[in-house]
Design a protein around this ligand. Structure first.
Ligand SMILES: *[C@@H]1O[C@H](CO)[C@@H](O)[C@H](O)[C@H]1NC(C)=O
Length: 423
C-alpha cells in the first residue's frame, strides 16, 4: 500500500515538473514574439518618418526601377477590379469590325457636357462597328448613368484607381500633413516639394495629367481588349462635339497616312488651332498634333512610353503642353499629324465665356449645344486624290518652354513614373 502510494506521488511530481517546464517555455516564446513585434513597429515607424522627412527636405530620391504605388483604399481596389469587366452591349454588338478604330473618351465630372458628347457619338456613322472606352477620373453616379444609357456600340468603363478624387485622406488626394500654397516645408514641417514657381501641388489640378498618363498606359498595355490592337485608337474628351462623319473620315485618314504623309505620327479630327474649323480647301493638311480628336497606333505609343521620364519630370500640369515641349521634340524630327481641311470634332465651352472673340466656336447653354452641322459634315469629306499642304514651323509650345508649373511634387513624379511600369 505505502510503496504504491509513494510511487504514485513521485509520478505526479514528475508530471507537474514537466508541465511547469512546458509552461515556462511557452511564456518565453510569447515574450520573444512580443519583443519582435515591438522592434518591428519601431523600425517601421521610423522608416515612415524617415520617408516623410526625406520628402520634406526635398531630397527624396525617385525610384525609376521599382513600383512604389500608394496604398489603395477600398474604393480604389474595387474600381481596379471593375476595370476587368467585359464591355457592355455584347449582346447587341457581338463582334467588332475587322479594321475598327477604338475610341477612348476621357472624362471627369461634367454630366451636361458628357450628355452632349454621347448624343453626338450616337449620330456618328460606323460607330456600331467599334468599341467605346470611357475612362473616368473619379467616381460620379451621374456620369455613370449617362454611360450606362449608351446603346449604340460596345462600351467599356474604366476608372483611374489612383485618382486624387477618390482619396479623401492622403496622397494622391489631400493629406493632413501636406504643405499648402507656398509653405516652406522646413519651417512648417509639412510634406511637399514646391514647383519652379514656389507653389505646392493641388490634387485637383494634377489629377488631369495623372489621368491622361494612367489611361494611356492602361489602354495600350493593360486592358486585354486593347493591348493587342494593331490599328489606331482615337482619343476624345468630355467637351468635344463629334461630327457624324468623324469615324469614316478617320478611317480614310489613317489609311492615307502611310502613303501620303509617311512622317505623320497621328491623324486628327480637328485642327491644332482649337479656334479653327479648318481651311475648307480641297487639300489634306499636315501640321502639329492637336489635342482634339487625335489618333495613333501602338508603335507611336511605344515611342511615347520610352519618354516616360521626360513626361513625368517636366514641371507643367498640362499633359498636352508636356507632350509638345518635351516628348515630341525628343523624337529628333518634326512630329506631324494628318487631317482633313474641314473639322470633324470641335471643343466646346459655356456660351458667353469668351464673348465677342469666338463667334463661330461651339458653345453650350442649358444643355443645348450651339453648333452648325451641315450636310457635308454627315458624309466622308476627305478625298484621296487631294494634294497635301504641310504647315511648317507652326507657332505654339515647343522645346525650350519651361512649363507652367503645378507639377513639382516628387510624389507626383513617382506616381507618374509608376504608371509607366505597371504593366
Ligand atoms: C504606326 O504608325 C506609324 C506612324 O504613322 C507608322 O510608322 C507605323 O508603321 C505604324 N505601325 C503599324 C503597326 O502600322
Amino acid at each position: 500500500m505505502g510503496v504504491s502510494y509513494r510511487k504514485a506521488r513521485a509520478k505526479a511530481m514528475a508530471f507537474r515538473r514537466l508541465v511547469l517546464v512546458l509552461l515556462l517555455g511557452v511564456i518565453l516564446f510569447v515574450l520573444l514574439l512580443g519583443a519582435n513585434a515591438i522592434v518591428d513597429l519601431i523600425t517601421r515607424h521610423s522608416f515612415e518618418t524617415d520617408q516623410s522627412l526625406r520628402m520634406m527636405h526635398n531630397n527624396y530620391t525617385l525610384d525609376f526601377k521599382h513600383l512604389k504605388l500608394p496604398r489603395q483604399n477600398e474604393l480604389s481596389i474595387s474600381l481596379e477590379k471593375h476595370n476587368q469587366m467585359p464591355p457592355r452591349n455584347l449582346d447587341l454588338y457581338p463582334k467588332l469590325a475587322k479594321d475598327h478604330i477604338v475610341i477612348v473618351l476621357y472624362v471627369h465630372n461634367r454630366p451636361q457636357y458628357l450628355q452632349i458628347v454621347v448624343n453626338s457619338l450616337s449620330q456618328v456613322a460606323g460607330i456600331s462597328e467599334t468599341l467605346l472606352i470611357v475612362s473616368h477620373d473619379g467616381y460620379f453616379e451621374e456620369m455613370n448613368k449617362i454611360v450606362k444609357s449608351i446603346k449604340f456600340c460596345q462600351v467599356k468603363q474604366i476608372f483611374a484607381p489612383y485618382s486624387p478624387h477618390i482619396f479623401a485622406n492622403g496622397f494622391p488626394g489631400v493629406s493632413p500633413f501636406d504643405c499648402k500654397g507656398k509653405d516652406d516645408p522646413d519651417k512648417m514641417k509639412c510634406i511637399g516639394t514646391r514647383d519652379q514657381y514656389g507653389t505646392h501641388r493641388s490634387p485637383k489640378i494634377v489629377s488631369l495629367k495623372h489621368h491622361w498618363w494612367w489611361m494611356m498606359n492602361t489602354v495600350w498595355d493593360g486592358l486585354k481588349e486593347t493591348r493587342w490592337h494593331h490599328g489606331h485608337i482615337l482619343f476624345i474628351e468630355e467637351d468635344h462635339f463629334i461630327y457624324p462623319n468623324a469615324y469614316r473620315n478617320l478611317q480614310l485618314l489613317t489609311e492615307l497616312k502611310p502613303k501620303r504623309c509617311p512622317y505623320c505620327y497621328a491623324a486628327n479630327l480637328a485642327p491644332s488651332n482649337v479656334r479653327s474649323l479648318g481651311e475648307r480647301w480641297e487639300s489634306l493638311v499636315a501640321e502639329r498634333v492637336g489635342n482634339v480628336g487625335y489618333a495613333f497606333n501602338h508603335t507611336v505609343w511605344r515611342k511615347i512610353h520610352r519618354k516616360a521620364r521626360e513626361f513625368c519630370l517636366f514641371d507643367d500640369y498640362n499633359w498636352d503642353i508636356t507632350m509638345w515641349t518635351t516628348v515630341y521634340p525628343s523624337f529628333g524630327e518634326p512630329v506631324y499629324t494628318l487631317r482633313g481641311p474641314r473639322t470633324s470634332a470641335v471643343h466646346f465651352g459655356k456660351c458667353g465665356l469668351h464673348q465677342g472673340q469666338d463667334e463661330k466656336a461651339a458653345c453650350m447653354d442649358n444643355g443645348v449645344l450651339n453648333v452648325e452641322v451641315n450636310e457635308i459634315d454627315r458624309v466622308p469629306n476627305v478625298r484621296s486624290d487631294w494634294g497635301l499642304y504641310v504647315r511648317k514651323n507652326q507657332e505654339g509650345y515647343k522645346a525650350g518652354f519651361r512649363g507652367w508649373g503645378g507639377w513639382g511634387d516628387t510624389r507626383d513624379h513617382q506616381l507618374c513614373l509608376d504608371f509607366a511600369k505597371m504593366y
